[in-house]
Design a protein around this ligand. Structure first.
Ligand SMILES: Cc1cc2nc3c(=O)[nH]c(=O)nc-3n(C[C@H](O)[C@H](O)[C@H](O)COP(=O)(O)OP(=O)(O)OC[C@H]3O[C@@H](n4cnc5c(N)ncnc54)[C@H](O)[C@@H]3O)c2cc1C
Length: 305
């Protein structure tokens, strides 16, 4: 099999699919690798993606993206994990379980791994009644009983910000340690938002809808929705192996064209920064990264800079 490509796109969520689509339109021979284990493959309906009255499920958006790519025979989707990557001369070599693929440029669209509270059966709640992002789901929390889970100021701040949607809020640290500062504890107190330093033992609910959290100290917290603020880890380890610079939180550093600190290496989507983890941001950055990679691949005599 000919495993030589112009561009390797690692990750096939909104960022990677958008990058591959732009590369398809630039007529670049492209390989897209995806394991469907990112945020866009959880159950979730997006109501802030322009053009979809009533919202669109992220999974459906990805399926539509894959169908769109099927029109371009020079783009190949490999349903495979890239386990390693290295540089050999001016070629990037991506290494899978049984195969290797070569490319002259690479775009990392690998997303993040969320740290959800891991009670039994937690997966069925993600995107149905367990969320993390005010931008995405704050609006629909109106009038609901919401528990914000996390032991840092980020959890306290999210609860304070959610007040514009609901006044039935509780913060639960779900940890042996409480890192919420006295200043934020005082802000919660003034807002009459209870702060409970306790951990989830089990959950009562059905079909992905919470009814109650039962805690280690014997509390029963009735709730409709949970907002998780236990953080996320960027999947940036492959990029780091190429020597790409990361920020203090492990996100891949990029400029406004999605270039990393290593020539020929680009990054897009949630893996590039701590904030603005959104479908449209990921799609925008994917397109931007593809355009920069396309330009990088032109021979010097075709460039005007
Ligand atoms: C519950 C929930 C609700 C959300 N609601 C909204 C919303 O309403 N609006 C909104 O705009 N956003 C929402 N988001 C956020 C949105 O899903 C993300 O911002 C978006 O999916 C980021 O796209 P991405 O392509 O950067 O990463 P992801 O969607 O995470 O995709 C990364 C992909 O890379 C693949 N991958 C990683 N490493 C490798 C590897 N080594 N080899 C092969 N493949 C690999 C993964 O399998 C995955 O498919 C929500 C997220 C969740 C979880």
């Amino acid at each position: 099999m000919d495993n030589n490509y112009e561009v390797l796109v690692i990750g096939g969520g909104p960022a990677g699919l958008s990058a591959a689509l732009y590369l398809a339109r630039y007529k670049r021979r492209t390989a897209l690798f995806d394991t469907r284990q990112g945020r866009a493959y959880w159950y979730q309906t997006n109501h802030n993606v322009l053009g979809f009255p009533g919202g669109i499920a992220a999974r459906r958006l990805c399926e539509l993206g894959r169908r769109q790519l099927a029109d371009y025979p020079h783009v190949t989707i490999h349903e495979q994990r890239v386990n390693d990557i290295r540089m050999v001369g001016d070629t990037f070599v991506a290494i899978g379980p049984d195969e290797e693929w070569c490319g002259r440029a690479v775009i990392f669209c690998t997303g993040v791994v969320d740290h959800y509270p891991e009670f039994e059966g937690w997966q069925q709640y993600v995107g149905r009644s367990m969320f993390w992002c005010i931008t995405c789901d704050g609006y629909d929390s109106q009038g609901r009983r919401v528990v914000v889970v996390g032991n840092t100021n980020a959890a306290a701040a999210e609860a304070l910000q959610l007040q514009r949607f609901t006044d039935q809020l509780t913060v639960l640290t779900n940890s042996r340690e409480n890192h919420i500062t006295l200043e934020f504890q005082e802000r919660l107190r003034r807002a009459r938002i209870p702060l409970l330093h306790d951990r989830i033992a089990t959950v009562r609910g059905r079909n992905g809808q919470f009814e109650a959290l039962l805690t280690v100290d014997g509390r029963c917290l009735e709730l409709d929705w949970l907002f998780n603020q236990q953080g996320a880890t960027p999947r940036s380890e492959l990029a780091a192996r190429l020597g790409v610079a990361l920020d203090a939180h492990g996100y891949i550093l990029t400029d406004t064209e999605q270039k990393t600190t290593v020539p020929g290496v680009y990054a897009a989507g949630d893996v590039t920064r701590l904030y603005s983890h959104q479908i449209v941001t990921a799609a925008h950055e994917g397109g931007q990264a593809a355009s920069a990679a396309n330009y990088y691949l032109y021979p010097p005599e075709l460039k005007d800079d």
